[in-house]
Structures are given as structure tokens and as C-alpha cells.
Design a protein around this ligand. Structure first.
Ligand code: MF3
Ligand code: CO
Ligand code: CO
Length: 248
């Protein structure tokens, strides 16, 4: 069932989403060669807690961290650890913030130190893929329109669009209906309606689209070890388009 949120619920999701946005702004200055992903996890958790939110990835289905931190060929659900970031790495920070019973979900891919031009362009284009996906959101549009726009944009560069992992509805639960794939056909799937809240999140690989799970049963990596990038916003469908809830 796809729920329609009331103005009151949307306001609460925006409060949660704003803390999520602020936490991303805050953490950027700490992302340098030498920092461990566990240090970043702790800093984000303290910031979110101090701002009245809760890092709801913590123990979600048993996840052993407050945030998902995935480096280079790790696509999603990386577990914070003693791994030190190195110059040339890219790191995805993906976390949910819960406040007053409502969730928000936001991801950004960050560059560590000096990153090659190819990789920089790849990360910028993945961010652009999210914007392209958002640009088709309005009442009457279909879920398939979003995935079509994202995959059509990303594939022109020869990148792989991950198919096993998808965006989703969001609200009182982190994951609600509908699924929002990053590929699809125009005009197919559920119809978007004012008041639907969605997490849209392209996961794009520099190489093949194929992914697999590591032995820790959480971390998803690319099959060919190519780099993967990920951007995510929580949005609400409005009367004539959408509004980002994980924003300023
Ligand atoms: N934030 C992820 C998403 O975009 C989900 C995290 S799963 C968890 O859907 F177990 F780590 F919480
Ligand atoms: Co997320
Ligand atoms: Co999500």
C-alpha cells in the first residue's frame, strides 16, 4: 500500500530530513586521508543525536553501525570499521535520521584527497543522474519514468546501473511501498500522487552493473571491482512537482 502523507506528517519528515542534510554538511570537513570510517560514523551519530534525531540504521535488521559507509567498489551497506580512507578513494555516506516517528534517508558520495578526473566526472554524473530522476517527478507521472530517466542518462557514459537495489517509499518506516528502481520503462508502474514521499537513489557503477554480497552479509560490492557512486534524497510529490525533504 502506498500511503499519502498529511501536511503534518510532511512537516515532521522535513524536520528529520533537515537534520540529515545538516549532518552531511557537517561531516564533509572530516573526510580526509587517514580518517577511519568508524570515526565518521561516530561523528555523524553524535551530531544527529545532539540535534534531536536518531540514526535509525542502527540495528535495523541487525545492521552493526549508525550509518552505512561504503568505499570505492562497495556499493551500499558498508559497515563502519577501522579502515582508513586514502587519497583517491570515494566514500558514500548513506544514513537515515528518525525524529518524532518519521524517517528521512539521504546519501552523498564524497571525494577523498586527490581523485582522478575520470572518477570525479563519474561522481558528478551520478549526482546529475539523481537530478535527472527528480526532474520527472510530478502528480500523474509513473514510477517507471524515474528509472527510465536515470538509466538513460547514466548509460550514455557506459556506466552500469545497479538493478538489485532500489529506491523506496518512506515515512514512519524507512522502507515503504512503492519500490523505485533506477531503470524502467516510461509510462509503466504506479502513478505518482501529491503527498507521496519517496527516497530516490541512483546507484551507478563505472563498470558492469553486476554486484555481489561480501561474507559479512551486509556489504554489497561491484563484481568487477569498479567504483560505485550513490546519491539519495527524500522527496515529497507536490501539486506541480516535488520538494526535497533532505535539504536546507
Ligand atoms: N539507507 C539505506 C537505503 O537507502 C538503507 C540502510 S539499511 C540499514 O535504503 F540496515 F543499514 F539500515
Ligand atoms: Co539510504
Ligand atoms: Co534509501
Amino acid at each position: 500500500m502506498i500511503s499519502i502523507k498529511s501536511p503534518r506528517e510532511i512537516k515532521l519528515m522535513k524536520e528529520a530530513g533537515h537534520i540529515n542534510y545538516l549532518a552531511h554538511q557537517y561531516i564533509e570537513k572530516f573526510i580526509k586521508p587517514g580518517v577511519t570510517t568508524l570515526e565518521l560514523d561516530r561523528l555523524i551519530n553524535s551530531f544527529v543525536t545532539n540535534h534531536g534525531g536518531y540514526c535509525s540504521c542502527y540495528h535495523h535488521d541487525g545492521f552493526p553501525g549508525h550509518t552505512c559507509i561504503s568505499v570505492n567498489d562497495e556499493v551500499v551497506h558498508g559497515i563502519p570499521s577501522k579502515r582508513k580512507l586514502r587519497s583517491g578513494d570515494i566514500v558514500k555516506l548513506d544514513f537515515t535520521v528518525r525524529k518524532d516517528g518519521y524517517e528521512s534517508d539521504m546519501t552523498r558520495t564524497y571525494l577523498v584527497g586527490e581523485v582522478s578526473e575520470d572518477v570525479k566526472n563519474f561522481v558528478l554524473r551520478t549526482e546529475e543522474a539523481l537530478k535527472v530522476g527528480l526532474s520527472v517527478v510530478k502528480p500523474g507521472a509513473k514510477i517507471g519514468d524515474i528509472g527510465y530517466a536515470i538509466s538513460n542518462y547514466a548509460r550514455q557514459f557506459g556506466y552500469g546501473v545497479v538493478e538489485e537495489l532500489v529506491g523506496h517509499g518512506i515515512g514512519t518506516d524507512m522502507h515503504e511501498d512503492p519500490e523505485v528502481p533506477n531503470f524502467g520503462e516510461k509510462g509503466k508502474g504506479h502513478t505518482l500522487k501529491e503527498g507521496m514521499t519517496l527516497a530516490i537513489e541512483p546507484m551507478i557503477n563505472m563498470g558492469s552493473k553486476d554486484v555481489c554480497m561480501l561474507e559479512d552479509d551486509w556489504t554489497i560490492v561491484t563484481d568487477d571491482e569498479s567504483y560505485s557512486a550513490h546519491f539519495e534524497h527524500t522527496i515529497v510529490v507536490t501539486k506541480d512537482g516535488y520538494e526535497i525533504l533532505t535539504g536546507e
